[in-house]
Design a protein around this ligand. Sequence first.
Ligand SMILES: C[S@@+](CC[C@H](N)C(=O)[O-])C[C@H]1O[C@@H](n2cnc3c(N)ncnc32)[C@H](O)[C@@H]1O
Length: 307
Amino acid sequence: MHISVLYHELIDSLNVSPNGTYVDCTGGGGGHAALTLEKLSDNGRLIILDRDVDAVARLNEKFADDKRVIIVHSNFADIDKALHNLGIEKVEGVYADFGVSSFQLQDGSRGFSFRKDGPIDMRMDTSSGEPVSEVVNTFSESNLSTIIYKYGEERFARNIAKAIVTRRAVKPFTNTLDLADVVRAAVPKKYHKKGIHPATKTFQAFRIYVNGELEAVEALMSKIASIIKEKGRFAAISFHSLEDRIVKEWLHQYSLSCICPAEFPVCVCNKKAEFKIINRKPILPSEKEIAENPLSRSAKLRVAERV
Ligand SMILES: C[S@@+](CC[C@H](N)C(=O)[O-])C[C@H]1O[C@@H](n2cnc3c(N)ncnc32)[C@H](O)[C@@H]1O
C-alpha cells in the first residue's frame, strides 16, 4: 500500500470549497483523492490524473461508485488538454504529489527498485518512451555521466558512468539488482551512508530522465495560471531539490507584480501578480511522520492562491 505524505497538510491547504471542481494531478493510490472527496459535496467534482495505467486501473476500482470522480490516463503536463476534453475550462484547485508511489517501487517488474530484482524499465507510462535498460546499454559514457550528475546530483557520476560502460561491454544489463551492484561498486566505500543504498541517486537520475519528470513539472507550472479560478489554490509536494526549485521559481515569478528594473521611475511592464504565495517557507513533514514513513523525509509542500 502507499502511505500518502503530508496527507492532511496537502488537502487542508486547498481550502476545499464543497461544490468546487478539483484536479489531483498524481492519483497514485488515491489516498489524497479520498480525503478531497470527504470535503466535497455531491455537487463537487474531482478529476484524477495519472500517467501509469496500473494506477489508473486501481483508481477506477477504488472510486468506481463515486459519481463525483473522473479518472483520466494522462500526463499532468497535458492537464489543459485533459480538462478541455471534459469540457472544463477552469477549476477551484489543482494539487500534485510528485514522484513515484509505493505500488511502483514495490513491484519489481516495474524496475524502479534497487532492492527488488526485475527488468530495468522505470517508465511510469509503459505505453511510451524508452526503458532505462536502453539508456544504460546504449548511451555514451559522457551522456550517462551527465544524466547521473544532472538528475541525481551524484558526485561520483563519472566513476559510475565508466563502470557501466566497462561492464556492458562484457555483458549488457538486463536486471535492476545487477545494475545496482555495479553502481555500488563504483561509489567509494567511505561515501556509503548507513541505511541509504549507494545507487539511490543514480536510480533517481535514470527515472527522472526516462520519464521526463522535470519537463512535466515545468509544463504543469506553466499552465496553472490559466486553469485555476480566482481565489482557487495550487499545492504541490516535491521530493527532491530539482523539482522543488521549479515549483518555487514559477510561484515566485507568478507572485511578482512588477518586473521593471529598479532604476525605472514608473512601472512600464504592467505585470500583475497571478498568485499569492501562502507559505513563504515550504511545509515539511513532522518528525513523527518521518519516523513512521521514512519515504516522506525529503517532502516539501508549497501552496499558492490565484489572485
Ligand atoms: C507519490 S504518488 C501519488 C500518491 C497519491 N497522492 C496518494 O495519496 O496515493 C505519484 C503518482 O503520480 C504519478 N505521476 C508521476 N508523474 C506524473 C505525471 N507527469 N503525470 C501524471 N501522473 C504522474 C505516478 O504514476 C504515481 O502514481
